[in-house]
Design a protein around this ligand. Structure first.
Ligand SMILES: NC(=O)c1ccc[n+]([C@@H]2O[C@H](COP(=O)([O-])OP(=O)(O)OC[C@H]3O[C@@H](n4cnc5c(N)ncnc54)[C@H](O)[C@@H]3O)[C@@H](O)[C@H]2O)c1
Ligand SMILES: CC(C)[C@H](C(=O)O)[C@@H](O)C(=O)O
Ligand SMILES: [Mg+2]
Length: 372
C-alpha cells in the first residue's frame, strides 16, 4: 500500500515528537511491504510568522490531497499570554478539523502495567483501565457564534448541536462499543443544557439499534470524578467537544503522563492523527518531550488503513520501551534517555520485530484496536 502522509510539525515540541513518529513509519516501510510519501507544511504559530495565517492555503490543500495527516502540536506563549491577539495558532488546528470534516476524535485511555506507580492515583484503582473517549470535534461551543460587545465587557460563545452532528459520531461510538466491552456512557450536562438534552434524546434513539450495547448517562461533573475514582467502569465514553477535551487530559493522569495519549480524528473522507498534548513550550528544544503519544498516533493511523500487523508492531515496540525503561523524564525523573533516543529505540524494535511473535503475543499491554 502507498499512502500520502501530510506532516504538520507545528510549534514547541511538535517537530521533535513528530520526527520520532516519522522514524517509526520509516521503520514500518523497511519491515513491511508498505510505502509512505511524506510532504511537510507549516501550521500554527510558525505558519503565522511565515505567512500571517495559522493555516496557509497550501497547507490545507496538501492535507486535502493526502491520505492522512500526521500532526505535531501548535501553540505559543506569545499568543497564550495575549488575550487581544486576533490571529492565534489554535485557529489553524480548529479550521483544519472543520475543513477536513473530522467530526470524531478518538482518544484511548489505558493504564500500562509497568507505569502504575507513575500515576498519583492508587494502583488498585487504575490497574486494568482501558476505555476510549469519542469526542465530537467539529461542533459545539468551539464553533458557535462568538460575540464581544463594543466596550469589550461582555462576551459569549454559543454551544449549538444538530441532530445530524450528534448521530454521526454516536453511530461510530456504538460500533466501537460493540467491538469492545459493549458499554457506552454518554457524558453530558442534561440537567442544565438544552444541547445536552438533545444529545440524550438522539443517542437514546440510536441506542435502540444497538441492543447489545448497554447505554448509560453521566453528568460531566460526576464523570470528572468517576474517571479518577473508578476508571475501570468505563468502556466507550461519548461526549461533546469541550467536555471531551477536558476529560481526556484528566484521563491521561491514569496512564502516568499526557505524553502517552494518542488520538485519531476521522470524518467521511479525511483522517488526522495527533497526540492529545499541546506544544509543551517549556520543553522545546530540550529533547525531553515524550514521543510515545505521537508514535501511538502512528499506530492508530496504521489501524485506520487496515494495517493491523504494522500497527501491532509499533505498539509492541512501544510496549518494549516501557517495559525496559527506555523512557523520557516524565516517566522517570532520573532517565538518561531523551526524545530522540526513545524514538530510535522504538523504531529499531519495529525493524527487529521477531517473526514468530508477530500478532500472536498476548503479552502486549497497549489495548485493542479502537478504530472501527
Ligand atoms: N493539539 C494541540 O496542538 C494542542 C493541545 C493542547 C494545547 N495546545 C497548546 O499548547 C500550548 C501549551 O498548552 P498547555 O501547557 O496547556 O498544554 P501542554 O499539553 O502543552 O502541556 C501541559 C503539560 O503536560 C505535560 N506534557 C505535555 N506534552 C508532553 C510530552 N510530550 N511529554 C511529557 N510531558 C508532556 C507537561 O508537563 C506540560 O507542562 C498552548 O498554546 C495550547 O493552546 C495545543
Ligand atoms: C489546541 C486546542 C484547540 C485543542 C482543543 O481544545 O481541541 C487541544 O486542547 C486538543 O485537545 O486537541
Ligand atoms: Mg486538549
Amino acid at each position: 500500500m502507498t499512502l500520502k502522509i501530510a506532516l504538520l510539525p507545528g510549534d514547541g515540541v511538535g517537530p521533535e515528537v513528530l520526527a520520532q513518529a516519522v522514524k517509526c513509519l520509516k521503520a514500518v516501510e523497511e519491515t513491511f511491504n508498505q510505502h509512505f510519501i511524506f510532504k511537510e507544511a507549516p501550521v500554527g504559530a510558525i505558519a503565522i510568522e511565515k505567512t500571517g495565517t495559522p493555516l496557509p492555503d497550501a497547507t490545507l490543500t496538501l492535507c486535502k490531497e493526502s491520505d492522512a495527516v500526521l500532526f505535531g502540536a501548535i501553540g505559543d506563549p506569545k499568543y497564550d499570554n495575549d488575550p487581544d491577539a486576533k490571529v492565534r495558532p489554535e485557529q489553524g488546528l480548529l479550521q483544519l478539523r472543520k475543513e477536513l470534516g473530522l467530526f470524531a476524535n478518538i482518544r484511548p485511555v489505558l493504564s500500562h502495567p509497568t507505569l502504575l506507580d507513575k500515576s498519583p492515583l492508587k494502583k488498585k484503582v487504575i490497574n486494568g483501565t482501558d476505555f476510549v473517549i469519542y469526542r465530537e470535534l467539529t461542533g459545539g461551543i468551539y464553533f458557535g457564534e462568538k460575540k464581544l460587545n463594543p466596550e469589550g465587557t461582555v462576551a459569549s460563545d454559543l454551544c449549538e448541536y444538530s441532530e445530524n452532528e450528534i448521530s454521526r459520531i454516536a453511530h461510530l461510538a456504538f460500533k466501537a462499543a460493540k467491538g469492545r466491552k459493549k458499554k457506552l456512557t454518554l457524558v453530558d450536562k442534561a440537567n442544565v443544557l438544552e444541547s445536552s438534552r438533545l444529545w440524550r434524546k438522539v443517542v437514546t434513539k440510536i441506542g435502540e439499534s444497538y441492543p447489545e450495547v448497554a447505554l448509560d448517562f453521566l453528568f460531566v461533573d460526576n464523570a470528572a470524578m468517576q474517571i479518577i475514582l473508578n476508571p475501570k467502569q468505563f468502556d466507550v465514553i461519548l461526549t461533546e467537544n469541550m467536555f471531551g477535551d477536558i476529560i481526556s487530559d484528566e484521563g491521561s493522569v491514569i496512564g502516568g503522563s499526557i505524553g502517552l495519549l494518542a488520538s485519531a480524528s476521522v470524518g467521511e473522507e479525511n483522517a488526522l492523527f495527533e497526540p492529545i498534548h499541546g506544544s509543551y513550550p517549556q520543553a522545546k528544544g530540550k529533547d525531553i518531550a515524550n514521543p510515545i503519544a505521537s508514535i501511538l498516533s502512528v499506530a492508530m493511523l496504521l489501524e485506520h488503513f487496515g494495517l493491523a500487523e504494522e500497527a501491532w508492531a509499533v505498539k509492541k515496540a512501544v510496549d518494549k520501551s516501557l517495559k525496559k525503561g527506555i523512557v523520557t523524564p516524565d516517566l522517570n525523573e532520573n532517565s538518561q534517555y531523551g526524545t530522540n533516543q526513545v524514538g530510535d529505540f522504538i523504531a529499531h524494535n519495529i525493524v527487529d520485530i521477531e517473526d514468530d511473535f508477530r500478532m500472536n503475543d498476548e503479552n502486549i499491554d497497549l489495548g485493542k484496536s479502537t478504530i472501527i
